[in-house]
Write a protein of this length. Structure first.
Length: 416
């Protein structure tokens, strides 16, 4: 293959010339293999053999989504059709740029086929930050096919910890830099937050980048149950696993229904579990002040999300929300009309007018949401909740609005 990269990438797609390697994932106590991570490779000996060149060429050619889904499809097909035993879990990666696209027919076919493993979709915090609605949709679709979710590189960016309660992945992958600096304040805080989340949800903690026995001991001390790295094997063909002990009973928790949003609005969702109250605007202003103060003290791993009913309200909120930009991981609001021309750290989505006012604060140890709608006369009806599952559901509704202007696609629909 001597063509230029643009021609080569089109040939790769046409010939389905992706050849995944698989790296073992082991139980840190027994050292038995519980799963493998599929790592994409292009045609051997070509300029696109390695993933950096392969994906760069796809990006330049505008075919990244198709390549990303081809890599997942080939990884799943080869493992499904392998003659040798395969571990019970197969991890594969998703690029944020591919998440706004429906499954291709080939990916859909293998996802719905009988397989000797459970598929685990890996993504980073970039995916949720860049394409929140698309990722939530694709995550729900993966769970509908009995797949699972893994949040990768946790600890590398404050967003990774901030999004844990919004995604509730079955696997939390600790970034390898934590092993290299286990006594750092940030490492200790990350491990504590992850352990608390895993204890609450039943997620499995997996440490990446384990190269030595000391790394393995550190990973266990940080709360990891499973591990991945050169100590346990480099990427290779599935045949390289022959003769190694496989834990055929390794399991992840069943898919949680939380990613499937309830019908209705944030207010109606909150009111199902909580009695609504009646107040006036002065009371609502005081509660908003309280939630914004709560957000300011929630720390760098918090997310603040809101919805405003009219541009004037959004403009009034903006200075205070912008002041939180350096205090928390993400601030986002949705509502009608543009509310500011100058740059600011708040992610704003212009959406159709809605009568409800919503403000939610989510952090590792914080959950609060206020939902307000007009009441009789001059009064307003409101619900204030601190129930974590309910606050997280409301926050997912708001996350979906952050890119509501983009075309929404059914990820299970057959693609091109």
């Amino acid at each position: 293959m001597r063509d230029d990269p643009a021609t080569l990438i089109l040939r790769v797609l046409d010939e389905r010339a992706v050849f995944p390697l698989y790296q073992p994932i082991v139980d840190l106590t027994t050292r038995n293999i519980v799963g493998v991570e599929a790592l994409a490779r292009g045609p051997a000996g070509s300029p696109l053999e390695f993933p950096d060149a392969l994906f760069a060429a796809a990006t330049r050619a505008g075919v990244m989504p198709l390549l990303d889904q081809l890599c997942a499809t080939r990884a799943m097909e080869i493992a499904r059709d392998a003659e040798q035993e395969v571990p019970p879990l197969l991890f594969f990666n998703a690029e944020p740029a591919a998440l706004n696209h429906p499954f291709t027919p080939e990916l859909l076919a293998v996802a719905l086929s009988e397989r000797p493993y459970r598929a685990v979709l890996e993504f980073t915090e970039r995916a949720l930050a860049d394409h929140p609605a698309a990722l939530l949709d694709i995550a729900a679709a993966v769970q509908r096919t009995d797949g699972a979710l893994a949040l990768d590189d946790v600890g590398a960016d404050p967003l990774s910890l901030a999004f844990l309660p919004l995604i509730e992945p079955e696997v939390i992958k600790l970034d390898m830099h934590l092993l290299r600096d286990p006594y750092a304040t940030g490492t200790i805080a990350t491990a504590a937050i992850v352990s608390a989340h895993a204890e609450r949800t039943g997620a499995v903690v997996l440490a990446e980048g384990i190269e030595t026995e000391d790394d393995a001991a550190t990973a266990r001390a940080l709360g990891a149950r499973w591990g991945q790295g050169w100590l346990f094997g480099r990427p290779g063909g599935l045949g390289a696993l022959a003769g190694r002990p496989i834990d055929h009973y390794a399991r992840l928790r069943s898919p949680r229904p939380n990613l499937h949003l309830p019908d209705g609005t944030p207010f109606s969702t909150a009111a199902v579990r909580n009695h609504s109250r009646v107040g006036d605007q002065t009371m609502i202003d005081g509660l908003i002040d309280h939630l914004l103060s709560l957000a300011a003290s929630a720390g760098p791993h918090a997310v603040v999300l809101g919805a405003y009913p009219e541009p004037a309200v959004g403009r009034a909120w903006l200075p205070r929300l912008a002041s939180l930009g350096d205090e928390v991981a993400l601030v986002g609001v949705a509502g009608p009309g543009p509310i500011a021309a100058a740059p600011h750290p708040v992610r704003v989505a212009v959406t159709p007018a809605d009568a409800e006012t919503v403000l939610a604060v989510v952090g590792p140890h914080t959950a609060a949401a206020l939902c307000v709608r007009p009441g009789a006369g001059d009064g307003v009806d409101f619900v204030l909740t601190h129930e974590p599952d309910l606050v997280h559901a409301i926050s997912r509704m708001l996350m979906r609005r952050l890119d509501s202007a983009a075309e929404r696609l059914d990820p299970l629909a057959a693609g091109r």
